[in-house]
Design a protein around this ligand. Structure first.
Ligand SMILES: [Fe+2]
Ligand SMILES: [Fe+2]
Length: 360
């Protein structure tokens, strides 16, 4: 290959090897060191692997990748449902989208943060796969809604009281979903990665439990596939979180442990909206929201979506929380009180929008 050298003459790379060195400029006083790269920064670019199991999880993520477009959406016939059931299904997916719709941006931001913090290569790549998965999960919400309620969740014409109630509840859900983003982006710089991981951990345990339960319960074939695929992704996310935490927890100071205790409570408050029913903290909702929410979820349940009953959801939540509690307590981190589920623990005070780290 020919190129112009500094003097404008053409140098030919086909010269014998010895001439390469002859063409180099080596200052008599030595090379000038490049300025250090300011931190935080995504450079230097290196591919260091410390935790082999994380590299294996990245490989697994690539092998398990799937395409939401390939699922049998055509077999989902809106005519098989009553108008209320169609609305119920749309409403449940709109609620899920408060969580899964935030997934891509939340994990993409976490990925950039992992680069800036110069986390090892498989951590950066694992965050990338989680963001990738969350785009698929969001696409499932989108496709399900498009199929049963074109224009949903926000741009359909609400003509009946049932439709108006659904639309209004969804608007309130999205108002709340939009309240934590600033807090989250600030928290990326404020908290060490391990604190973030703990918030993610509760979300991943909750999500894998939720989708596992629904995949067994639903009577609608395409949703069975959705829940199975999404559940598989979520349990891989859980494995990723656990591996990351194993590395980080031994180095935590007490202040960070206390922060994690509070984060676990924040995770419960936030995730209860999709997993059960939300406590009266953080969520800014009108009085009629929960009664109407129950009616809409009943319609989704009657349609065969696979939504567990209130008591089954509470039992599931208790199970998921017990798993996380066991893990964090092994590391000397106290668990918060969850009086809503009769679980004793540390009182961490009121949870506000600033405490919420979005997850799923
Ligand atoms: Fe997830
Ligand atoms: Fe997800």
């Amino acid at each position: 290959m020919a190129r112009a050298n500094g003097n404008g003459r053409l140098a030919n790379a086909h010269h014998d090897g010895g001439s390469y060195e002859g063409r180099l400029i080596v200052p008599a006083s030595g090379f000038t060191p490049a300025p250090p790269v300011p931190r935080p920064n995504i450079f230097p670019l290196e591919w260091i692997t410390v935790t082999e199991p994380l590299a294996a999880l990245y490989e697994k993520a690539k092998r398990q990748s799937w395409n939401p477009s390939d699922l049998p959406w055509h077999a989902l016939d809106p005519a098989q449902f009553t108008p209320e059931q169609r609305l119920g299904i749309m409403y449940w997916y709109a609620t899920l989208a408060v969580f899964d719709g935030s997934g891509p941006a939340v994990f993409a931001a976490a990925m950039i943060h992992a680069y800036e913090a110069q986390a090892e290569d498989p951590i950066r790549k694992c965050f990338f796969t989680v963001a990738r998965d969350e785009v698929n999960h969001e696409e499932c919400c989108q496709r399900a809604i498009e199929r049963v309620m074109p224009g949903g969740p926000l741009r359909f014409e609400a003509r009946t009281a049932f439709e108006r109630a659904a639309l209004n509840n969804i608007q309130w859900l999205y108002h709340n979903g939009g309240r934590y983003w600033r807090g989250y982006t600030k928290s990326l710089d404020k908290y060490p990665l391990s604190v973030l991981f703990t918030s993610f951990l509760l979300g991943e345990v909750a999500a894998s439990t939720l989708f596992y339960g629904m995949s067994h319960r639903t009577t609608i074939p395409v949703f069975k596939e959705v829940f199975t695929k999404v559940g598989q992704d979520e349990s891989r996310h859980l494995a990723i979180c656990l591996k990351m935490l194993e590395n980080d927890w031994p180095g935590l100071v007490q202040e960070q442990k206390d922060l994690i205790t509070k984060q676990l409570r924040a995770g419960f408050v936030f995730l209860s909206m999709i997993l059960w029913e939300p406590p009266k903290q953080f969520w800014d909702l009108p009085d009629y929201f929960i009664p109407n929410h129950r009616v809409l979820i009943d319609a989704a349940r009657d349609a065969g979506l696979g939504v567990l009953t209130y008591d089954e959801q509470a039992a599931n939540w208790r199970l998921a929380i017990a798993r996380v509690r066991k893990i964090v307590e092994d590391w000397g981190i106290k668990f918060p009180a969850i009086p809503e589920l009769d679980l004793e623990g540390v009182d961490v005070g009121h949870i506000t929008a600033d405490d919420i780290i979005p997850v799923f």
